[in-house]
Design a protein around this ligand. Structure first.
Ligand SMILES: *Cc1c(COP(=O)(O)O)cnc(C)c1O
Length: 367
């Protein structure tokens, strides 16, 4: 029995091994191991790719969010609107600057923050909205930006799962004030270690993040403010430059796999793609009322699946102090109970996908 992995990172490396090995060797040989030309080259390439004026490389996606909030002077006592249905990093960034994450439920069809529910979550303390492009599908940015303008709030996009996605035909990368990226290895554009970036069209915010991420300093040993150390590693930047060249091909492969899933899966709830979105399928998430049994039966047949995410942030022990009870955000809780991510990735072969489709269709109808 040929096992179907959830995602094969090693195959991804082997498909580009000569180029990646050469890039790593070049950095090692350069003697330049912090910031410098490799990081600058990647920042330029990624801002071009994202159709954004600026890109600042940082250490990881969580830091991209924290530095963005700091650049906006969001702090203790402020409130920030976040999706109830997201990876916990979105919330943790808000907490890290001392502000309070205020959850808003998703649109039940797209799983992304519901713009019509933002208004009632706004208070005099609200300073910003973080929209997450979950699973690689852009959130509905126009009404979110309109709501933000109406209430004079900043908007941050958490694009950690959405490299290359488009909203109304425009690349995700500079619709909002700041756009945050992760290059965690399993992301659509993944490094071989941690990495992250912020893209923006706002020169003031780009300058502020560039200062904050390097000890609050622009000139060596001159510290304008209490910054931090959160820099993109030049070895990772060199690897990301190689991989960025292939990202669009990989997205095409993900889209082909996704449309094959959409055309052929039966007996499960399939993802919905609104006409303004061109998603990049970081994850292909189905829903089924007997998710746990379906998952274990697929595992028995060698098919690896995952749950994104099994416990919503408001029910995590980490947020017990906020006092959100079970039932407080029913859609997020429902999704945690019935979502299942099927294998998808640029290296996945059609035969492996056919095996997944056959097994899901056979098992889902019996449960
Ligand atoms: C991966 C991810 C992050 C955090 O990125 P790291 O690089 O792991 O810190 C933030 N938000 C979302 C939605 C993510 O998927």
């Amino acid at each position: 029995m040929q096992a179907v992995p959830f995602l094969d990172l090693r195959a991804g490396y082997h498909s580009l091994k000569p180029e990646i090995d050469a890039a790593v060797a070049r950095v090692l040989d350069s003697g330049w191991y912090i910031l410098g030309p490799e990081v600058e080259t990647f920042e330029q390439a990624f801002s071009n790719y994202c159709e954004a004026a600026h890109c600042v490389g940082v250490a990881n996606g969580l830091d991209a969010l924290i530095l963005s909030l700091r650049a906006l002077d969001i702090r203790q006592g402020d409130e920030v609107i976040v999706p109830s249905n997201t990876f916990i990093a979105t919330w943790l960034a808000v907490s890290a600057v001392g502000a309070i994450p205020v959850p808003v439920e998703p649109d039940p069809l797209t799983y992304n923050i519901d713009p019509t529910k933002i208004g009632s979550a706004v208070s005099p303390k609200t300073r910003a909205i973080i929209a997450v492009h979950l699973y690689g599908q852009p959130a509905d940015l126009d009404p979110i930006l309109a709501e933000a303008k109406h209430h004079q709030l900043a908007v941050i996009e958490d694009a950690a799962q959405a490299h290359g996605a488009t909203y109304n035909g425009t690349r995700v990368g500079a619709h909002a004030d700041l756009v945050c990226w992760s290059f965690y290895p399993g992301k659509n554009l993944g490094a071989m270690g941690d990495g992250g970036a912020v893209t923006t069209n706002r020169t003031d915010l780009s300058d502020r993040i560039r200062t904050l991420h390097n000890y609050g300093s622009r000139a060596k040993y001159v510290n304008e403010e209490q910054g931090t150390n959160s820099r993109l590693d030049p070895i990772q930047a060199a690897i990301l430059c190689v991989k960025l060249e292939h990202l669009d091909d990989w997205t095409v492969r993900r889209r082909n796999l996704a449309s094959n899933y959409l055309d052929n899966l039966k007996g499960v709830t399939l993802p919905h793609v609104p006409n303004w979105a061109d998603p990049v399928w970081h994850l292909f998430v189905i829903r089924h009322h007997a998710r746990d049994i379906l998952m274990s039966k697929l595992a028995e047949e060698g098919i690896s699946t995952m749950i994104h995410y099994p416990i919503p942030p408001h029910l995590q022990q980490a947020y017990a102090d906020r006092g959100h009870d079970k039932g407080a955000f029913p859609l997020a809780e429902q999704f945690a109970d019935d979502v299942l991510s099927l294998p998808i990735g640029p290296q996945m072969q059609r035969e492996a996908q056919d095996k997944v489709i056959e097994a899901v269709n056979r098992l889902a109808s019996q449960l």
